[in-house]
Design a binder for this molecule. Structure first.
Ligand SMILES: *Cc1c(COP(=O)(O)O)cnc(C)c1O
Length: 383
């Protein structure tokens, strides 16, 4: 495959070359814990499956090609991938991060890593000046999620990378919401990209996983060591599920995006909806940045129903939209951030970042969009 092939071609072929031994068009699931060695000190590059597994190697090659990195390391979940990055740091190291991150991230930072002497500062990264002001002598990483969940605030990856690189600080971007199809953080200056492959990359809500895409040999070697030493690797079966999922990433993202735009416009026009948070609406405060930084707007939308009781009433009525946490699957998922994904943030914390009790978040799937809209319409009628 030519290295400059288009995205959909890379998704289907990078790392997914036919099996050398049999010609099988799909990458085999190497369900093995160990590998026979020819003689002492002589083997085929594989010794023990925590260290490496051919199915995993193929997935890592594929995701590297999609994000435009130099190598990737996959882990048992998105959180395991983020934790793996943090184990590259030491006690006394400082991290600057967004104030509205995926809930599991501050939980890991504040309730585990802070006990090991790491320091964290939370700022609104949508203004690059906040990032610049928070940098210290001991800052090792700026950690950014864009767009954020559930407020869909964007951060300017290119501007943040410029500021950080002047101070020799690495920028890590969680690209889960956009997928590499719509956003390429490495091309904009990011030093590492993380994903919960659980979401759009897998795309079928049938497995957990995480990846760190690297841009230097040093990062890749350290993270390979973390895989071997700490062991939170992705199983061969789940690697295979992601390899299978990414083959349709391009067509899925196109459809997610098309449906997302229709649903956002429908919600923006609806009398019962007070406000819609979607980077593809011209009244989004960062609409310009969205157009510059992303090649689509994606499928994540939040909207304001006005109160907890309104949100409850409508969420009880949905039929096509499934009430549940998570996102990025082919099916439309709808959730209530205040009581579900952001319950642990606490009322005060939610108020600070602007998450209300009436807010509803939707991950628009790839069903017929008229069915999604009709479902939302009948559910909103309950308000
Ligand atoms: C789900 C998610 C994570 C965590 O990933 P898991 O696979 O659930 O561990 C991290 N970041 C974002 C943006 C997510 O949506």
């Amino acid at each position: 495959m030519k290295p400059k092939s288009g995205f959909a071609t890379r998704a289907i072929h990078a790392g997914q070359e036919p099996d050398q031994e049999t010609g099988a068009v799909t990458v085999p699931i190497y369900a093995t814990s160990t590998y026979v060695q020819q003689e002492l000190g002589k083997h085929k590059g594989y010794e023990y499956a925590r260290v490496s597994n051919p199915t995993r190697t193929r997935l890592e090659e594929n995701l590297t090609a999609l994000e435009g990195g130099t190598s990737s390391r996959v882990f048992a979940s998105g959180m395991a991938a983020i934790n793996a990055i943090c184990t590259m740091f030491k006690s006394g190291d400082h991290v600057v991060c967004g104030h509205n991150l995926y809930g599991g991230v501050p939980r890991l930072f504040n309730q585990i890593l802070a006990d090991f002497g790491m320091e964290f500062t939370y700022v609104d990264t949508s203004d690059v000046r906040n990032v610049e002001r928070a940098l210290r002598k001991n800052t090792r990483m700026v950690y950014v999620e864009t767009p954020t969940n559930p407020l869909m605030a964007l951060s300017d990856i290119e501007a943040i990378s410029k500021v950080c690189h002047r101070k020799r600080v690495d920028v890590v971007v969680d690209n889960t919401f956009m997928s590499p199809y719509f956003q390429q953080p490495i091309a904009l200056g990011a030093d590492m990209v993380v994903h919960s492959t659980t979401k759009f990359l897998n795309g079928h809500s049938d497995g957990l996983g995480g990846v760190v895409v690297c841009t230097t040999r040093e990062q890749a070697d350290k993270l390979a060591f973390v895989q071997k030493a700490a062991g939170a690797i992705l199983s061969p079966f789940e690697c295979w599920l992601v390899l299978r999922g990414v083959k349709t990433l391009a067509v899925r993202m196109e459809q997610h995006d098309r449906n997302g735009r229709f649903v956002a416009e429908f919600l923006a026009r609806h009398k019962k909806v007070r406000k819609v948070f979607y980077p593809g609406l011209p009244d989004h405060p960062q609409y310009q940045l969205a157009q510059r930084q992303m090649t689509g707007f994606g499928a994540m939308i939040s909207f304001e129903t006005g109160s907890l009781s309104n949100a409850k009433k409508m969420l009880k009525k949905v039929v096509v939209c499934a009430l549940g946490e998570s996102l990025g699957g082919v099916e439309t998922l709808i959730s209530h951030p205040a009581s579900m994904t952001h319950a642990a943030v606490g009322e005060k914390g939610r108020k600070e970042i602007g998450i209300t009790d009436g807010m509803v978040r939707i991950s628009v799937g790839i069903e017929n969009v008229e069915d999604i809209i009709a479902d939302l319409d009948q559910a909103l009628a309950a308000i």
